[in-house]
Design a protein around this ligand. Structure first.
Ligand SMILES: Nc1ncnc2c1ncn2[C@@H]1O[C@H](COP(=O)(O)OP(=O)(O)OP(=O)(O)O)[C@@H](O)[C@H]1O
Ligand SMILES: [Mg+2]
Length: 509
């Protein structure tokens, strides 16, 4: 006998529907799984065989062939246990239920528990797109199931509950949909704790407002890590669309916190400097999103930048430009989105005190050059804002006046983001950092005076064409924070000021 049960699969961040077809016929006992099934899927076979026996059914001692269609896409993961189980029961005549408009995903234990799997959220989104009416998922993934509206999602923790529903004996109720309310990380680490440091504070505000990349350079203990850790408290609210995509990436990677199906705050990822290139950009035998994708619509923070391996640093160049990572395999290619804001911190030399107003630097020029050279020119060029974080003075530290708090800064950042969203509504981009060359011409036109300023800077600072574009984008954000429609010379001048550091440290030695 033959039976077909629907399931779902993932290619990158895109889901698609999979037909699990089982044929049970006479012949020598065998159990074959075909249709580009990966190792994990082939293991399903053994699990399902045991589960069928342990749940009181009879395992058909016949020739069993299971096909996962479409057969040209490689299927990975343990999520096909459940549809495989159901299709075998149906094909052997042990289950009579209408599963026509339903899709099933879940791993099975040998005793019939339905275990959680990765990627539930993007798969349900795909099911809705393909017109599937009901999706059955593991109970532990219920939070993700509650995110998508317009489709009935049922969660069950044991196969008996699911079978009772399918046979109409005891119905499950569909999950209630959760509302989306953006949240912010209030009160954890606040900018009010950072004394002095007016310029780095301002630079981070601009960066958050336009999603620009920032590099902070300064001596030990000046507050670079401290400033970066406070960045989440001033990031603009996430929209529901952004939250859905970012949560989908986290769903695939299995990094959603239990009970939370939808991220409500922008991600802030700070991988350790021992991270590998695939760890950063994604990959692996079973492809998994990397840190750049987990930081989608949020921040990727690299502390102690020169300590990262050259391979890891260079692997960021393409994702930074393309906003997506494509992983190619013999079995096909897939891509993950990665539109993120790169924030990095570093010392200016191995001892950390080059350029310090009072402490002498003890490094040899060769050692300093080697240290700085670890950060390549092309990567340096991709930072829109280069900021020096000077040592804090005693008077500032001992002062009792509180610095401005994160909530006030965030209000300005949110206002500037609203201006950008309004301006770019028809263009397919959301923030100034994403401006393409043609849009740049349209939205960042310079007056004669501002243009003269740019020319001087271009010649004096030996800027690249990319640096020129990036200065314009930053100037656009500064103008947006200033609520100014046109780019004034003062906006351009401030933006240029954030591109002078590479000259001080990298070129003049
Ligand atoms: N501007 C500041 N205001 C208040 N406290 C500060 C400031 N800067 C530094 N500190 C204090 O010094 C500590 C160390 O700062 P932080 O770790 O940010 O330095 P860093 O610049 O990252 O140094 P390193 O280069 O060694 O990594 C902070 O935890 C904080 O207690
Ligand atoms: Mg630090």
């Amino acid at each position: 006998m033959f039976a077909k049960v629907k399931s779902l699969g993932l290619l990158g961040i895109e889901g698609y529907s999979v037909d699990v077809e089982a044929d049970v016929s006479q012949g020598l006992p065998a159990f074959d799984v075909v249709g580009m099934a990966g190792m994990a899927v082939r293991e399903s076979r053994d699990r399902v065989r045991a589960t069928i026996k342990n749940c009181g059914f009879t395992y058909p001692v016949s020739r069993i062939t299971v096909n996962l269609a479409p057969a040209d896409i490689k299927k990975e993961g343990s999520l096909y246990d459940l549809p495989l189980f159901l299709s075998l029961l149906k094909a052997s005549g042990q289950l009579k239920a209408d599963t026509e408009d339903s899709a099933f995903i879940g791993e099975l234990s040998l005793t019939g528990d339905i275990r959680p799997v990765h990627g539930v959220l993007p798969m349900i989104l795909a099911a809705r797109r393909e017109g599937i009416r009901r999706v059955f998922i593991p109970l532990q993934n219920a939070a993700e199931g509650a995110v998508v509206d317009g489709i009935d999602v049922y969660a069950a923790e044991h196969i008996t509950l699911l079978l009772a529903h399918l046979t109409g004996n005891a119905l499950l109720t569909p999950l209630e949909k959760t509302e989306f309310t953006p949240s912010t990380e209030d009160g954890i680490a606040d900018f009010a704790d950072v004394m002095g440091q007016a310029v780095p504070r301002r630079a981070l505000e601009i960066a958050a407002a336009g999603s620009h990349n920032v590099l902070m350079v300064g001596p030990p203990g000046s507050g670079k890590s401290m400033l970066a850790k406070r960045l989440p408290s001033i990031l603009p609210n996430m929209t529901r669309e952004e939250a859905l995509v970012t949560s989908a990436v986290h769903s695939i990677a299995g990094t959603l916190t239990a009970g939370k199906g939808l991220l409500t705050a922008r991600p802030f990822r700070s991988p350790h400097h021992t991270v590998s290139a695939p760890g950063l950009t994604g990959g692996g035998a079973v492809p998994r999103p990397g840190e750049v994708s987990l930081a989608h619509n949020g921040v990727l923070f690299l502390d102690e930048l020169p300590e990262f391996s050259r391979m890891a640093m260079e692997s960021l160049r393409q994702p930074l430009e393309d906003e997506q990572v494509t992983i190619s395999r013999a079995s096909g290619s897939l891509s993950y989105p990665c539109s993120f804001m790169l924030v990095a911190a570093m010392n200016p030399c191995p001892c950390g005190y080059f350029g310090h107003p009072t402490r002498p630097c003890t490094c040899s020029p060769a050692a300093s050059s080697r240290y700085l050279a670890r950060v390549s020119g092309p990567l340096l060029d991709r930072f829109d804002l280069h900021v020096e974080v000077p040592p804090v003075e005693y008077e500032q530290l001992a002062s009792h006046t509180k610095a401005e708090c994160s909530a006030d800064i965030r209000a300005r950042v949110n206002a500037a983001r609203a201006v950008q969203q309004e301006r770019y509504r028809q263009t397919g981009i959301g923030v100034n950092a994403q401006l393409s060359p043609s849009l740049l011409k349209r939205y960042c036109a310079l007056s004669d005076e501002a243009s003269a300023l740019m020319k001087t800077a271009f010649d004096k600072l030996d800027l690249s064409a990319r640096a020129y574009d990036r200065i314009l984008k930053v100037a656009r954000t500064i103008a947006d924070l200033d609520n100014s429609e046109t780019l004034q010379p003062r906006h351009v001048a401030e933006a240029i000021q954030y591109r002078t550091l590479d000259r001080k440290y990298w070129q003049e030695r």
